[in-house]
Write a protein that binds this ligand. Structure first.
Ligand code: UDX
Length: 433
């Protein structure tokens, strides 16, 4: 099939490259010409395992192209995928639809022949109806259907998740449109479930899934607090409850709070939609407030650990919102650092991938270390906020030799508690006995 993908972020670019890899002809469109020019030269706007190689390969064999003008690509397309951002509105926190509406308005006039327009961005329930009305109004002659194709890929695993989806959700109100999407995903037909639901159901499934996952994480974080107060080990509790297939053993790692470009915005958007429809969804509001409070609690723990030390130096390992990505959007590390800086803390940070993106957010308010060991030079506490593999393989002797006070706050439970204590450190994990 000939496909136009509008938006070259994590979802749009990964989807475009993945669809090219499974044999479709794809044009990725972005209104930012600088981004398109970089993509034409094989430079990706973000780091994702294997994406660069796959993108290069499919560019070379002509299966994927990049353009900042959508006219030609939309005119030739059998399918248009809208994968632009839906950031939270700064005040109301509802999903800001300006980019979605701009894309739909622009593409309307360029439609040729029967075309399916799919939203892959996470969009509020009813967005497909709005897009349908918008396109019909702008181009009454257009022959098209609007479907919802929610995306479930995780950052850091984007390419993996594209090729190994748990399920594919197709929100289509017509058989004609559903058949086009069945053809699009024929590669997956014998590999995973393809669920055909109504369009509004598909739009709801996305928010419902992310809100549930955020809730599950917040639950295990609160459970970790309980374990700390009752001399219980969260690892054993998580193992015990995770063995129940109704609970499942994924997303039971406690940490400093969830972050990223999805859970924070999608929980806020879901809470907004609930209010808008006069539905009481107290659980989601509790999760939002609880997760924000958790980051403050983590900052308090850090300040408490250096209380009484003259001009304490705080070393922080990890800035990305999770390992495997350079993304710092809504990263708990950034929020925690902001809290520490309010207390005039002297901070040195290190992250294997996210330093450049963190510098944009932190400026010169903290110092950026060359490597993980220079970060701990003369430090009175080492705080681990992202579970990078290299932190798990730390040379504890090197750390001990560099620190002024040997205290480690391991907010990702990366280190072996016994080894760290044997190394003469004061150690505190999350939910550990
Ligand atoms: C999430 C959803 O998983 C994905 O399906 C959706 O498409 C986009 O949003 P992502 O935001 O990339 O993906 O990251 P994810 O791996 O879900 O982690 C989200 C946050 O939860 C991170 O801050 C992570 O550190 C945290 N987390 C995750 C935990 O604290 N504990 C866990 O056990 C899992």
């Amino acid at each position: 099939m000939k496909i136009a993908v509008i938006g070259t972020g994590y979802v749009g670019l990964t989807t475009g490259v993945g669809l090219a890899e499974i044999g479709h002809k794809v044009v990725c469109i972005d209104r930012e010409e600088s981004k398109i020019n970089k993509l034409k030269n094989g430079q990706l706007p973000f780091f994702e395992q294997n994406l660069e190689e796959l993108c290069g390969k499919n560019s070379k064999n002509g299966r994927i192209a990049f353009d900042s003008d959508m006219k030609e690509a939309v005119g030739n397309a059998d399918l248009i995928i809208i994968a632009v951002g839906t950031p939270p509105h700064p005040i109301t926190k509802e999903a800001d639809m300006k980019y979605i509406h701009a894309a739909a308005t622009e593409l309307a006039d360029f439609l040729q022949g029967y075309t399916v327009v799919a939203t892959k961005s996470t969009v509020p329930v009813g967005t497909g109806d709005d897009i349908e009305t918008l396109i019909k109004k702008k181009n009454p002659k257009a022959d098209f259907d609007v479907v919802s194709l929610p995306e479930f890929l995780r950052e850091g695993f984007a390419v993996h998740d594209f090729f190994h989806p748990d399920r594919i959700i197709v929100g289509a109100n017509s058989e004609r449109a559903f058949n086009v999407i069945k053809n699009l995903y024929s590669y997956f037909a014998d590999k995973t479930k393809i669920l055909h639901v109504q369009r509004r159901s598909a739009e709801t499934i996305k928010y419902a899934a992310n809100a549930f996952l955020a809730m599950k994480i917040h639950y295990v974080n609160e459970l970790a607090d309980f374990c700390e107060k009752t001399d219980v080990d969260i690892f054993e509790v998580a193992q015990g409850i995770g063995a129940d297939t109704r609970i499942g053993d994924k997303f039971l790692q406690p940490g400093p709070g969830y972050g990223g470009s999805c859970f924070p915005k999608d929980t806020l958007a879901m809470a907004y939609m609930a209010r808008q429809n006069n539905v009481e969804m107290g659980l989601i509001n509790t999760v939002i407030q609880g997760n924000n409070k958790r980051k403050k609690d983590m900052a308090e723990r850090i300040l408490l650990s250096v209380k009484g030390i003259e001009n304490p130096k705080i070393a922080v390992w990890g800035l990305a919102f999770k390992a495997g990505t350079d993304d710092c959007r809504e990263s708990p590390a950034i929020d925690i650092l902001a809290q520490l800086l309010e207390n005039k803390a002297n901070i040195c940070v290190y992250d294997p991938k996210a330093m450049e993106k963190a510098k944009i957010l932190l400026g010169n308010k903290v110092s950026f270390a060359e490597n993980m060991y220079t970060a701990v030079q003369g430090a009175d506490v080492l705080v681990i906020l992202t579970e990078w593999q290299e932190f798990k393989e730390t040379d504890l002797e090197k750390v001990a030799g560099a620190m002024r006070t040997k205290t480690i706050l391991d907010f990702r439970n990366c280190l072996d508690k016994e080894k760290v204590k044997a190394g003469g450190f004061a150690y505190r994990g999350i939910g550990r006995k």
